[in-house]
Design a binder for this molecule. Sequence first.
Ligand code: ZN
Length: 90
Amino acid sequence: MKALVYHGPQKISLDDCPVPTITENTDAIIKIIKTTICGTDLHILKRDVPSFTPGRILGHEGIGIVEKIGPGITEIKLEDRVLISCIGGF
Ligand SMILES: [Zn+2]
């Protein structure tokens, strides 16, 4: 699948990446329908968010449909429409 990947300050590209899988009980995989950028993305590009290291996939604002959930997920179910946002920060 294609994903927007951070490669360092002011360096991003649309790369081929592995399809995500559930690795933690609280993971959810969402098929994105619509997305946008956030002010946090601009800070990431300026290297103001040290926890974002090169190779990290960007994109954390959007709406989508729940495709897979880990066993610890109880508040959403498969095929729910959800809003993804960075409330709470990184
Ligand atoms: Zn955000």
